[in-house]
Design a protein around this ligand. Structure first.
Ligand SMILES: *[C@@H]1O[C@H](CO)[C@@H](O)[C@H](O)[C@H]1NC(C)=O
Ligand SMILES: *[C@@H]1O[C@H](CO)[C@@H](O)[C@H](O)[C@H]1NC(C)=O
Ligand SMILES: *[C@@H]1O[C@H](CO)[C@@H](O)[C@H](O)[C@H]1NC(C)=O
Ligand SMILES: *[C@@H]1O[C@H](CO)[C@@H](O)[C@H](O)[C@H]1NC(C)=O
Ligand SMILES: *[C@@H]1O[C@H](CO)[C@@H](O)[C@H](O)[C@H]1NC(C)=O
Ligand SMILES: *[C@@H]1O[C@H](CO)[C@@H](O)[C@H](O)[C@H]1NC(C)=O
Ligand SMILES: *[C@@H]1O[C@H](CO)[C@@H](O)[C@H](O)[C@H]1NC(C)=O
Length: 257
């Protein structure tokens, strides 16, 4: 059972038993979240982040035209099979940089479909801001008027916990086993190379229960920056998540589940 807050209905498919809250709502977590058995196929977009400090554009501007160009060059590039898209378009001061990243287990067609949907939704949700990030379950789309390639950004976007408790008898062992698994997968993801920094795996913990984890960096990060980013994500365990069976942490440059 995941804590789930339905913030909006959008056309990006949300297929897993999961939940999400906006970082802006985090302080309200106890007050606003409703526990439900999430099982239906929920169309869902993680709440976008519109950066109000990096300048605004108008709908008939050169920036808008360049933005449309760069986004379509991402989702229409059929030669990329590894789920990481990066491009820029235009001349300063209207040059636009964009990154698209799909979850490591998403196939190229679904990946492009997710990026295409996000390319429509994100500029609608952030209609003036030159810089924005949107996330669906399967992909992340990000654009800016400054170069964002290769720069680690650990600003915080989403943190969700599965509110089911680990049995107190097993908690210490469970935490140890989770940390061992996450550390192991951190090294593996970071060593993945410049096209894909992704690792997923599982381990058996006490009582023969299985734990699963998925870790990912945008692969433009160096190995060391990927490690640093993932360590920040792993360290983000607020009190209300302690002792719970699941956790999702999404930062700008990396994420863990
Ligand atoms: C940006 O401004 C909009 C409209 O004023 C606001 O809704 C949004 O929360 C702001 N974004 C951030 C990241 O503060
Ligand atoms: C992005 O736009 C903002 C506001 O227009 C401007 O202050 C900033 O210098 C721009 N960044 C780059 C790299 O051009
Ligand atoms: C850009 O627009 C947002 C909301 O539309 C506003 O909150 C913000 O102050 C504006 N930023 C600038 C630099 O004009
Ligand atoms: C955009 O449209 C507005 C009003 O429709 C107009 O005042 C402005 O000059 C236009 N800007 C550009 C860059 O064409
Ligand atoms: C697709 O992306 C690759 C790698 O970034 C790039 O080399 C290629 O030119 C792109 N193809 C098109 C049609 O944009
Ligand atoms: C994109 O949106 C359409 C509906 O607008 C939906 O049918 C489709 O499944 C979405 N694709 C992805 C990958 O989310
Ligand atoms: C988990 O444990 C806490 C503290 O013991 C308790 O308040 C809460 O109701 C439990 N949650 C569930 C879903 O059992």
């Amino acid at each position: 059972m995941w804590l789930y807050k339905h913030l909006r209905h959008k056309s990006c498919h949300f297929t897993k038993h999961m939940a999400v809250v906006s970082s802006r709502l985090l302080f309200l977590l106890f007050a606003v979240l409703i526990p439900i058995q999430a099982s239906a196929l929920l169309p869902y977009l993680f709440p976008p982040t519109c950066n109000n400090n990096s300048g605004n554009y108008t709908s008939n501007s050169t920036y808008k035209t360049n933005l449309n160009q760069v986004l379509s060059s991402l989702y229409s590039n059929t030669t990329i099979g590894y789920g990481f898209y990066y491009s820029s378009y235009g001349q300063n001061p209207d040059k636009v940089y964009a990154i698209g990243l799909c979850r490591g287990d998403v196939n190229p067609d679904d990946c492009r479909g997710c990026l295409k949907n996000s390319s429509t939704l994100l500029p609608q949700d952030c209609p003036n801001q030159k810089e924005a990030i949107g996330r669906c379950d399967q992909c992340m789309l990000r654009y800016s008027n400054s170069s964002i390639f290769g720069i680690m950004d650990t600003s915080f976007h989403v943190l969700v916990c599965d509110m089911q408790n680990v049995s107190a008898n097993y908690l210490a062992q469970f935490n140890d086993d989770v940390n061992i698994l996450l550390n192991h997968l951190t090294s593996e993801a970071a060593a993945g190379g410049s096209l894909r920094e992704y690792a997923a795996g599982s381990a058996i913990t006490t009582d023969f229960k299985k734990i699963y984890a998925l870790l990912q960096c945008t692969p433009d990060l160096s190995e060391q920056n990927c490690i640093n980013c993932l360590l920040s994500a792993i360290a983000a365990v607020p009190n209300y998540c302690a002792g719970k069976v699941g956790r999702i942490v999404v930062l700008t440059s990396c994420s863990i589940r």
